[in-house]
Design a protein around this ligand. Structure first.
Ligand code: NI
Length: 205
C-alpha cells in the first residue's frame, strides 16, 4: 500500500489500541500494571465478572448470587493442566491459609474450562488438594462458556499429544477478586506468589 495509506492504517490501529487501554484502566485492570490479554480486543464495555450458573461437587446448581456477602476469588482452569493451573491454584490455597480466620469471609472458587473431564465429582476431589475451603465448579459446556465470557476468559481446546486424552485447554490465567456485591475489585496475574495474593485480598475482608 502507499505510504499515506499505511500511515492512516497505523493511526487507526493506534486509536483503537488507545481506546482499549482507557477501557481497561477504567476497569482497574491495568491501573496496577496488569494487562488482560483476552480483554484487549476492544470489546464494548470493560466490565469483568457477572452472572454464572454452574454445578458444585454435590451436583447442586450454584450461581454467583449464592456468594453475595463474601469476597470471591475466582480462577478458571482445568485439572489436567500441566503447569499453569497447578502453580496458581497452589498459590490460591496457600493464600487462603495465610489469611487465617479472616479467610472466612472469602469464597475461593475454581471454575473448570474442561467440563468434559472435570465432572462435579472430579472437581470435588481436586479442590480438596488445594484447600477444603475452595469451591470447585463444573457445568454444561454452555454454562462454562457463559461464565468464561462474563470474566473475559480466553480458552480454547487444543491438541496435546502428551495428554492421555490427546487434548488440553489453552487459557488465560488470572485470579479475579470480586467484592461482596459481586463487582470486580482487582486481578492477580499468573505466577503471583501467595503473600502477594493474601496481601491484596486482606483489605477487602
Ligand atoms: Ni491451566
Amino acid at each position: 500500500m502507499s505510504m499515506r495509506k499505511a500511515l492512516v492504517v497505523a493511526c487507526v490501529a493506534a486509536v483503537v489500541a488507545a481506546v482499549a487501554v482507557v477501557q481497561l484502566r477504567q476497569a482497574g485492570i491495568i491501573g496496577s500494571g496488569l494487562a488482560l490479554r483476552d480483554a484487549d480486543a476492544g470489546a464494548g464495555t470493560a466490565t469483568v465478572g457477572g452472572p454464572f450458573s454452574l454445578i458444585d461437587p454435590q451436583g447442586r446448581t450454584v450461581t454467583d448470587a449464592d456468594f453475595r456477602g463474601k469476597v470471591m476469588l475466582v480462577y478458571f482452569g482445568y485439572t489436567h493442566c500441566p503447569d499453569v493451573c497447578p502453580t496458581d491454584l497452589t498459590a490460591m490455597g496457600e493464600a487462603v491459609r495465610l489469611l487465617g480466620p479472616a479467610a472466612g469471609n472469602l469464597a475461593p472458587i475454581f471454575i473448570t474450562l474442561d467440563p468434559q473431564r472435570d465432572t462435579p465429582g472430579v472437581m470435588g476431589e481436586f479442590v480438596q488438594l488445594i484447600d477444603p475451603q475452595v469451591t470447585g465448579l463444573s457445568g454444561p459446556p454452555a454454562a462454562t462458556a457463559a461464565a468464561a465470557k462474563a470474566y473475559r476468559v480466553y480458552y480454547a481446546k487444543v491438541e496435546k499429544p502428551d495428554d492421555p486424552d490427546g487434548y488440553g485447554i489453552d487459557h488465560s490465567a488470572y485470579m479475579y477478586l470480586m467484592g461482596r456485591d459481586g463487582k470486580f475489585l482487582t486481578v492477580f496475574r499468573h505466577g503471583s506468589d501467595p503473600d502477594t495474593i493474601a496481601a491484596g485480598i486482606k483489605p477487602y475482608l
